[in-house]
Design a protein around this ligand. Structure first.
Ligand SMILES: *Cc1c(COP(=O)(O)O)cnc(C)c1O
Length: 397
């Protein structure tokens, strides 16, 4: 089976992890700050906070922006559930903004319409989470302009997009958002096995995320509060204080060392994905398929290559093959196609909150006809040709 995504681990990665195992620190040593520095170097953001997952990073980001009970978080329905769940962790309410039918990203026009209605009802969101689907940036300039007008904060979910660019700047630079999160899950662009990070240019947000990443505990004397009945001058270097209710969202040294090593190949990973994506574009140009739409002002990191199966007069409508049948036949031919994503508002957990199928028509239409083809660093041209041959066989193209 040719998988839809796969990590690329070389001897240098293995040596880096083994070296940590032979060192004094398996956690809270020098590798985590070194990894954070690679993220700062790459993006030009001021601060990076590495975590044990992007889900944790999203949670910390929401907490740092003081999202809480009674607040609203808005995101896109076409994303992994974590982009929405982070708001629920904070007691906030969730709503969705439909996608742009061409880019599949959160649509700024739909966002503006919804903001106008929400303002009239006094239900404006505190946080909006645009997701750079497949690795291509959202229209951040438009979303940012709306944030100034309507007073919401922005968390970029860039789980797919490390190595991508928007307006000639690396995704994660934070020019149009408060916080950007990355994921280092093995199917993503670079991996730390499990892992994530939150990047920001605002020191207060970075400090808050660092504090909450580790139980809300500090060893910084300047932050400590007097405790009545406790002689503060008698407290030695063992002394720490818990200031907030935090979590254990720390990344290990093993993960960070893998990340440092992987980051050295980030450009290579993205270049290879871009090359393969352009090769798909060429090989599939004459197929009755919708190929990924590329924006002029963005360079995708190409986490995913998503094709649309329904075009007017397309072979699929002639052959009447359902999405399900195509998926099944391609899998049987050893092609690890996948589907990203089931619209979040159709999940039973979200249906219980009152969302219904029909709420976000563009997202639902996308879901009925999308398919992700295999794409990963190290995929060979021969493997890609095999995917194309299978498509010819199945579509009868
Ligand atoms: C993978 C992913 C996440 C979660 O990442 P983890 O590191 O697995 O927690 C969040 N958002 C999107 C869009 C993702 O694809």
């Amino acid at each position: 089976m040719i998988p839809y995504g796969k990590q690329d681990i070389n001897q240098q990665d293995i040596d880096a992890v083994v070296a940590v195992l032979q060192s004094d620190y398996l956690t809270q040593g020098p590798q985590v700050p070194a990894f954070e520095q690679t993220l700062i170097d790459h993006t030009d953001a001021e601060y990076a906070v590495a975590c044990n997952s992007a889900t944790s990073a999203l949670h910390l980001a929401c907490l740092a922006l003081e999202l809480g009970k009674g607040d609203w978080l808005w995101t896109t329905p076409i994303t992994f559930v974590a982009s929405a769940n982070c708001g629920l962790y904070c007691g906030a309410k969730i709503d969705f903004v439909d996608i742009d039918p061409q880019t599949y990203n959160l649509c700024p026009k739909a966002l503006e319409k919804k903001l106008i209605l929400a303002k009239a009802e006094n239900k404006l969101p505190k946080v909006v989470v645009p997701v750079h689907l497949c690795g291509q940036s959202c229209d951040m300039a438009s979303i940012h302009a709306l944030s100034l007008e309507y007073g919401f904060k922005i968390i970029e979910d860039a789980a797919h997009a490390i190595g991508g660019e928007y307006q000639d700047k690396p995704v994660g630079c934070g020019n149009y958002s408060d916080i950007t999160i990355f994921s280092f899950h093995p199917v993503k662009i670079v991996t730390t096995a499990e892992g994530g990070a939150a990047l920001t240019n605002q020191q207060v947000l970075a400090d808050k995320m660092v504090l909450l990443r580790s139980h809300g505990i500090t060893r910084d004397k300047a932050l400590m509060k007097p405790v009545s009945g406790l002689d503060m001058d008698a407290q030695g270097n063992w002394y720490y204080q818990q200031l907030e209710l935090g979590f254990n969202y720390r990344m290990t040294e093993l993960q960070a060392a893998l990340g440092v090593s992987q980051m050295q190949r980030l450009n290579q990973f993205v270049k290879d994905r871009q090359r393969l994506a352009h090769r798909y574009n060429k090989l599939l140009a004459e197929f009755p398929l919708i190929l990924p739409m590329q924006l002029e002002n963005a360079n995708s990191a190409w986490h995913l290559y998503v094709i649309g199966l329904t075009v007017e007069d397309g072979l699929r409508s002639k052959s009447k093959l359902s999405q399900k049948a195509l998926f099944q036949q391609l899998r049987e031919l050893g092609i690890g196609v996948n589907l990203h994503y089931i619209p979040v508002h159709t999940q039973p957990y979200y249906q219980n909150m009152g969302f219904v199928v029909g709420d976000f028509p563009h997202a639902e239409y996308y879901y009925q006809q999308a398919l992700s083809l295999p794409l990963f660093h190290g995929m060979t041209d021969a493997q890609q040709d095999e995917v194309v041959s299978a498509l010819i066989q199945v579509l009868g193209a």
